[in-house]
Design a protein around this ligand. Structure first.
Ligand code: PGA
Ligand code: ZN
Length: 428
């Protein structure tokens, strides 16, 4: 057996897809294996997620991460040297103990997630296995059903449109590879329609088109037309998934869509979304109400949860305790799993397991600030999450993750199974 004792930890500042500083960690083991991972960064962050530690001050708009880097090379390296990288839960427990705060405010969730994922990579490398296979430990796995962004909005496109993600789900795909092919056609068709209509303004932070629409609903119309133009039947072969990210424009039960000059209470917001679900082939809605609006989430799930997947992102922040509360209170029926919201791999896995236990859908997700790091694709397969959300179908920080899925599909060969539309909760 390879000696998986941690001998050395290194960190450095690298740069993400927005040109912002972020933390890369490298873990070296006695057997010579090495693991490396990079922390992603959100722009529309949940109030309860792990702290993304930034230096403040004049450099890079206050976004430098030299403290987080120093925490990896100082206290974290000291605590983890000599420990066994194969004991992920113990390593992650040690990170939580060392930090001592509920949200990694001292060490920085960006420091801890980079280290935690790097430890995981190192252990898999020591076993001579690809990460997804190391994680699965012989259990059956499926390639995930992708949610892929076509239009970007909200905090990812200077709020040019209020709803954050207009995505497609290839319901008719029989394989992961085919889901990507279908999405590629829709992405192309949407780009052509947008250009012809004079509404194309480049791409937003996650690679989806940056649209110049006159209302939020216009994006739904255009997306439905793009699905048809690509040769697919909306709702049958290709469905729409929304990330409303309502915490960005709503609080205390009050909601305001700037583009539509529209302002209402939670009942009005729910009514608006239900109208969209009636008129468009929507199969999944993420954060339909704000993170502080459990009553609204509950009412929306009661009204629409038997027809569409209701996903908690900012609402759950990849925390097992919040997922368990959501299962009790029926405030959603699916959980977005973002490892850096949790701060460690083990905490993210706990949230995923709690969601599965509750019968929720589970979607492993990237952040809007990403890099070449493809860990999440392996987590989606190895943990058999069923769904994967990475952003759009352009820009290499996104494509690296979709393409990694193709490699895993190829490695599985004839035994590759695809989660398909059955992975969605209550859609269709
Ligand atoms: P973020 O958004 O990474 O900017 O927080 C992504 C999402 O809301 O899913
Ligand atoms: Zn979200």
């Amino acid at each position: 057996m390879a000696d998986t004792t941690i001998t050395r930890l290194q960190a450095r500042r690298v740069w993400d897809s927005r040109g912002h500083p972020t933390v890369e960690a490298e873990v070296h083991l006695a057997c010579g294996a090495m693991g490396r991972a990079i922390a992603p960064a959100g722009a529309s962050r949940g109030a309860w997620e792990a702290v993304d530690l930034r230096d403040g001050g004049p450099r890079f708009g206050g976004l430098d991460v030299l403290q987080a880097v120093a925490h990896v090379e100082g206290p974290i390296a000291k605590a983890l040297r000599g420990r066994d990288a194969a004991a992920q839960a113990e390593i992650d427990g040690e990170l939580a103990r060392l930090d001592g705060s509920p949200r990694f405010a001292h060490l920085g969730g960006n420091a801890t997630i980079a280290v935690s994922m790097a430890v995981l990579h190192a252990a898999a490398a020591a076993h001579g296995e690809p990460l997804w296979r190391y994680l699965a430990q012989g259990a059956p796995v499926r390639l995930p059903l992708p949610q892929i962004q076509i239009f970007g909005g909200g905090a990812h496109a200077s709020r040019r449109i209020d709803v954050q993600d207009f995505m497609v789900v290839a319901l008719g795909a029989r394989s992961y590879g085919q889901a990507l092919e279908m999405t590629a056609e829709v992405y192309r068709a949407a780009g052509s329609l947008m250009a012809a209509a004079g509404r194309l303004r480049g791409v937003a932070d996650e690679g989806g088109y940056w649209p110049a629409f006159d209302s939020n609903e216009q994006a739904l119309e255009m997306l439905t037309r793009a699905i048809e133009a690509a040769g697919f039947t909306p709702g049958d072969e290709v469905g729409i998934a929304l990330d409303v990210a309502a915490s960005q424009f709503g609080a205390k039960g009050h909601y305001r869509l700037a583009l539509d000059r529209w302002e209402r209470d939670r009942d009005g917001m729910i009514e608006l979304l239900l109208g969209w679900i009636d008129r468009y082939p929507i199969v999944s809605v993420e954060d339909p109400l704000a993170e502080d609006d459990a009553l609204g989430m509950m009412a929306f799930t009661r009204a629409a949860g038997n027809r569409v997947q209701v996903v908690g992102d900012d609402f759950l922040v990849t925390r097992a305790d919040r997922v368990e509360a959501a299962a009790r209170e029926k405030t959603c029926n699916a959980a977005l799993i973002k490892p850096n919201q949790a701060g460690t791999v083990t905490a993210a896995k706990a949230a995923l397991e709690a969601a599965k236990q509750a019968g929720f859908g589970t979607i492993v997700s990237a952040r809007s600030g990403e890099t070449e790091d493809v860990t999440i694709t392996h987590l989606a397969v190895g943990w058999d999450a069923g769904q994967l959300k990475v952003g759009s179908f352009s820009r290499s920080e996104r494509m690296a993750k979709w393409n990694e899925g193709l490699r895993i599909e190829a490695a599985l060969g004839r035994s590759a199974r695809f989660a398909g539309k059955a992975a969605l909760r209550h859609a269709g």
